[in-house]
Design a protein around this ligand. Structure first.
Ligand SMILES: Nc1ncnc2c1ncn2[C@@H]1O[C@H](COP(=O)(O)OP(=O)(O)OP(=O)(O)O)[C@@H](O)[C@H]1O
Ligand SMILES: [Mg+2]
Length: 471
């Protein structure tokens, strides 16, 4: 499909504008502006593919710094819009400076028709190339998103559900513990939808304050609030045609929830400080690791919004629910991480595999990735034979196993430094107490102290100045 490209000519001289228009109008749609403010207006209202900027601008046409300053502003406000500058003749140094400030080309006055056309066609070609690269990257990103690993029944069901839901326009709520792959699922929904070629945009709703989140979502006009120096498009607008992923939606402040609800109801919104209504066609996917129903109960989440986003639900199982996939996942992650570190590591020792299978993985696949990455960094053999210590509080292991796991990560030879041993002892003591309600004797039995539990525990608690209960 060929679409006519639009060029905005910014020049205070009407004759120059007319000349350029005559030269270019057979190939391009031409818009005109006599000075920067008018140009800003045009850029706000129209899709512009390229700007031709005369550096001799009012109020001081003899001072090219005015034009240079506007060029710098253009490059920060619309960094993706290519700019070609017009200079007086003999202003080669100026043209070079403009190029190092981001202009894609230049031509002089008076106009040489061939030079003008060549320069503009060349700049357009550079821009098209950049767009093609972005699209390629996007396609690669969405392909990468297609890999949800796991042959267990729960993972097969998950993939089947995604395949069923992805082609529909329905809003999806993805739930699951931390690190289970909620964002991965959101990317797959996008990649398998008719919107795959359009943007996928993820926003973490819990990580921003009200004003920031609102302006990220809906954009703002220049001067909408202190610090809003320029107009900015929000993610709702940028995701047009694509998918908007609201991560951690439970963390969204109530005032933003109200605004989001209005957008979902009316399909329209305005930028902060703006009046005109904007329509945007986005597919909404939300995620939450919090209990959203509880948030509704205690007034932290609007119930009307809850019903709007809770249309189709996808629950991503925690890793402990499909431990049969762990060897496969661990192997793929190992391949990936060792390639990243430039190492050739083929697998895990049986002992390490067993260790991984006994662990509860509270941080799910992300934790698995992190543990393997650390092991790869520390490993200098062909096989991973030791894992960095797994967090004792969450593992199903007892005291001895924990100690063993910890000792495993220390260098084979060499002295196990007293300080490190003490720090482990301290952690082990806290873990034991925490697990047994700070009841000394129970914790002591779990640690394997048998009959001498009481004395040993008193000794350790004194040593580390830990509070405990007698019984
Ligand atoms: N089934 C899976 N197959 C392959 N990789 C997975 C799988 N599940 C998760 N991952 C990987 O684990 C990491 C964490 O996944 P992701 O960021 O999607 O989790 P999340 O649920 O969004 O976590 P959080 O709640 O912390 O935001 C990612 O690198 C992801 O690619
Ligand atoms: Mg996430």
């Amino acid at each position: 499909m060929s679409m006519q490209r639009t060029i905005l000519v910014v020049d205070d001289n009407e004759i120059n504008r007319l000349n350029l228009k005559l030269l270019l109008k057979s190939d391009y749609h031409i818009l005109e502006a006599g000075e920067p403010d008018a140009a800003e207006d045009m850029l706000a209202k129209h899709r512009v593919d390229l700007v031709v900027l005369d550096l001799a601008l009012p109020p001081e046409p003899d001072n090219p710094e005015i034009g240079m300053a506007y060029l710098a502003r253009l490059k920060t406000e619309s960094p993706d819009t290519p700019v070609v500058v017009v200079t007086g003749h003999d202003q080669h140094a100026l043209a070079v400076r403009a190029q190092s400030s981001g202009a894609l080309g230049f031509f002089g006055k008076p106009f040489d028709p061939d030079e003008v056309k060549d320069t503009i066609d060349h700049a357009m070609e550079i821009r098209n190339q950049a767009i093609r690269e972005q699209e390629l990257q996007r396609a690669l990103d969405s392909r990468m998103g297609a890999d949800i690993l796991g042959e267990s029944e729960v993972m097969q069901n998950l993939r089947a559900l995604i395949a069923q839901v992805a082609p529909t326009p329905s809003t999806v709520l993805i739930r699951g513990e931390t690190g289970v792959g909620k964002e991965l699922v959101a990317r797959c929904l996008h990649a398998q939808s008719p919107r795959a070629e359009q943007p996928f945009i993820a926003i973490n709703c819990a990580a921003m304050n009200v004003e920031h989140l609102e302006s990220e979502l809906f954009g703002h006009e220049k001067g909408a609030f202190a610090g809003a120096g320029k107009r900015k498009l929000g993610w709702f607008e940028r995701a047009n045609g694509g998918t908007l992923f609201l991560d951690e939606v439970a963390g969204m402040p109530l005032s933003v929830q109200a605004k989001l609800l209005r957008v979902l109801e009316h399909g329209e919104f305005s930028r902060l400080g703006g009046e005109s209504l904007i329509r945007s066609d986005v597919r909404l996917v939300c995620s939450s690791k919090m209990d959203l129903e509880a948030c509704v109960q205690n007034g932290e989440f609007r119930d009307d919004l809850y019903y709007r986003i809770h249309v189709v639900e996808i629950e991503v199982p925690s890793l402990s629910e499909h431990m049969e996939d762990l060897p496969l996942l661990a192997e793929k992650i190992l391949l990936q991480k060792s390639a990243l570190c430039g190492k050739q590591i083929d697998g895990f020792s049986d002992k390490v595999l067993a260790q991984m299978q006994h662990y509860r993985w509270p941080g799910n696949v992300r934790e698995l990735e992190n543990v393997i990455e650390r092991a790869v960094v520390l490993c200098d053999k062909k096989t991973i034979e030791a894992l960095p210590v797994l967090d004792g509080v969450h593992s199903g292991m007892g005291g001895d196993d924990l100690l063993e796991a910890w000792l495993q990560q220390l260098p084979e030879s060499g002295i196990k430094a007293e300080k490190e041993v003490a720090s482990f002892e301290h952690r082990l003591l806290l873990t034991a107490l925490e697990r047994h309600g700070y009841i000394k004797t129970r914790a002591g039995r779990w640690l394997g102290f048998g009959d001498r539990a009481k004395d040993k525990m008193r000794y350790l608690c004194d040593k580390y100045e830990v509070e405990f209960q007698e019984e």
